[in-house]
Design a binder for this molecule. Structure first.
Ligand code: GLU
Length: 615
């Protein structure tokens, strides 16, 4: 029989869709390649590429997605961002307005009286914005612009020198605009160098893939989703996207936002960069331009993309994920620290006063508000709330401020709000005034801290974790008679371990049970490269570990590591088996005790599974 041929690599449905979209519009013959900059006229009118870059850095591309071309006006949107970073919003608004002008992109029109350009997307505003970019650290304006745009694209971009020269030799109208700006004091120096920098920024070479990544960077609070570099300061993102929404598509801007509904910027090179904030970036490229100066195929492709994939920003379907993913309390989920019986019982009774809220997705006012409301309502019955941010993707300052405010108002009522897994958000939380002592790296340490404080409250002076427990008082020996105790005492050798020493190694044969007389140990699952993995349990003096080996004889499933100097008594499996003949009652007693411990830990796991299912 012939072996069957290897299956062709499965094409993603998104690639299939983009290919069909490309086919649908590739044949469209409308539009004219720009020729007022002579070098641009050399573009091939058939070039056509479409790209989507997701916020997690995946790029879908079809057609001429790697064909280089010059950014032209698309650079205006991002350079405006750089100027904002350099000068601040107020200073920029003093010089450049944010009103759609209704004039052509290259109009020599400035607001009557002030001489301020209407907005940064027409040439006058863009030249003024370029002039606001500072020379810094030995770098010229254009060097800074080039580095900035490269960070947005996630690769080194170069300047198409032929296109630059071509525009510099013919750009008399832009020169006139430059001198007008100088005349009105919108720029503070002779425009010559600014104009050259502007011509060069327009001639920066990109591909339509780069435009999609730049768009995704704008969608992702300024963080390039591929390089993870903060390319654009997050404060300016709303400013950039606002002017793109109102003025980004020349005289088609109103209709564009109505039909396509994505902040976007196009350029006479044939490119369009569009952004669905918080979600994705789109790059489209095809040189023939329509009557308004936008890529004719680009407009068609974007209109279809927006309709077919429901991308319009004002689409109600874009409601963010609810922030509350899961909630449970300390009666259902405990920290990994095993506790003596009295403490276990106390947590069983009082654990409802410790509540854990696991949050997810993007924290914004509308997702955090219900969480704040819920916590406030429950605060009367609670002593601790723990916000677990492990599944949070992003958080804006407004939502973090709500969390910090909540923390403050709860503290005034004697309730503590802890936060864990805050990682990247920690610095901002601190800056907004969060109590540093309430920020924990992980949920287990935070939960353990809550339990300790709760137990100290409930048990008072009885809440002590014994450093040392006499052999006869250890858990395992509970219920054994004096004779059995002394037989066992004789059968178990004493062993000592230093801090950090591995007492049990995952994978090794399980040949003994350990009773901890003093010190504490942690149980960790084996990590990927031989390093210790996540902690699953902490045992203190008086407790037993390694007992599963006595029941099933299977190899060890986890590492056990001494957290401090430890002394143990060890019952070898051979000695245990030998009890059959000499001390059958002792063996039954031990098995009963081990079974009780195993079933208690199984019950605990069941309660956790229940809690994690969110029921
Ligand atoms: N460099 C071009 C100019 O200033 C950019 C125009 C555009 O893309 O709209 O004329």
């Amino acid at each position: 029989m012939q072996p069957s041929p290897p299956a062709a690599e499965a094409r993603s449905p998104i690639e299939t869709y983009l290919a069909a979209l490309h086919d649908r519009h590739a044949g469209h013959a409308g539009g004219q390649v720009a020729n007022y900059i002579p070098e641009l006229a050399k573009a091939n009118p058939a070039w056509f590429g479409i790209c989507i870059a997701t916020r997690d850095g995946h790029v879908y591309e079809v057609g001429d997605s790697r064909q280089p071309f010059t950014m032209q006006s698309i650079s205006k949107a991002l350079v405006y961002g750089l100027a904002l970073e350099d000068r601040g919003e107020a200073a920029m608004l003093e010089r450049i307005g944010v009103e759609p002008s209704g004039d052509a992109f290259n109009a020599i029109s400035l607001k009557a009286g002030t001489g301020a350009p209407f907005n940064p997307m027409i040439n006058a505003g863009a030249i003024a914005a370029c002039g606001q970019v500072m020379r810094r650290s030995g770098r010229s304006r254009i060097q800074r612009i080039q580095a900035y745009l490269s960070a947005c694209a996630g690769r080194e971009l170069d300047i198409d020198v032929d296109v630059y020269r071509s525009e510099s030799q013919t750009g008399h109208r832009n020169r006139a605009i430059g001198w007008m700006l100088r005349n009105f004091g919108v720029i503070d120096e002779e425009p010559t160098e600014i104009l050259e920098a502007y011509f060069q920024q327009c001639a920066i070479r990109v591909t339509c893939r780069d435009l999609a990544v730049m768009g995704a960077t704008l969608a992702n609070q300024g963080v390039n989703p591929i390089t993870r570099q903060q390319a654009i300061a997050p404060d300016g993102i709303d400013n950039i996207l606002s002017v793109m929404s109102t003025c980004g598509m020349y005289d088609f801007s109103g209709e564009w936002i109505y039909r396509v509904g994505l902040p976007a910027k196009s350029g006479v090179g044939g490119g369009i960069m569009a952004v669905l904030p918080g979600q994705l970036g789109i790059g489209v490229f095809s040189p023939p331009l329509d009557g308004q100066g936008n890529s004719a195929r680009g407009i068609r492709a974007c209109t279809d993309l927006s309709n077919d994939l429901a991308l319009h920003v004002f689409n109600n379907g874009n409601a963010p994920l609810p922030a509350l993913r899961l909630k449970y309390d300390n009666t259902q989920v405990r920290s990994r620290r095993r506790r003596p019986q009295e403490q276990r019982q106390a947590l069983g009774r009082e654990g409802g006063r410790v509540r854990v809220l696991e949050l997810q997705g993007d924290l914004v006012f509308s997702t955090v508000e219900p969480v704040v409301r819920g916590v406030n309502e429950q605060a009367r019955e609670c002593q601790f709330f723990l916000l677990n941010l492990r599944s949070v993707i992003s958080a804006d300052d407004a939502s973090l401020r709500l969390v910090v405010e909540l923390q403050r108002s709860l503290a005034a009522r004697g309730v503590r709000l802890l936060v864990c897994h805050a990682r990247a958000l920690e610095t901002r939380l601190r800056r907004l005034g969060a109590d540093v002592e309430t920020l924990y790296p992980d949920d287990d340490t935070a939960l353990e801290a809550c339990e300790d404080l709760l137990l100290a409250n409930v048990l008072g002076s009885r809440f002590v974790t014994a450093k040392e427990v006499p052999f006869a008082r250890c858990d395992l020996l509970d219920g054994l008679g004096a004779a059995d105790l002394s037989s066992l005492d004789a059968a178990m050798a004493e062993r000592h371990y230093a801090t950090g020493e591995r007492i049990i190694c995952a994978g090794e044969p399980g040949d003994a049970l350990f009773v901890l007389l003093s010190g504490s140990v942690e149980v960790r699952l084996p990590g990927p490269t031989g390093k210790p993995g996540p902690r699953i349990e902490v045992f203190a003096a008086g407790m037993t570990f390694g007992e599963m080996a006595l029941v099933d004889g299977a190899p060890r499933s986890a590492d056990v590591i001494a957290l401090e100097p430890v002394s143990c008594r060890v019952l070898e499996i051979r000695a245990f088996e030998a009890f059959d003949e000499r001390y059958p009652r002792l063996k039954i007693g031990l098995l009963q005790q081990i079974t009780r411990q195993l079933s208690a830990s199984l019950r605990r796991r069941n309660a956790e599974v229940q809690a994690f299912k969110g029921r």
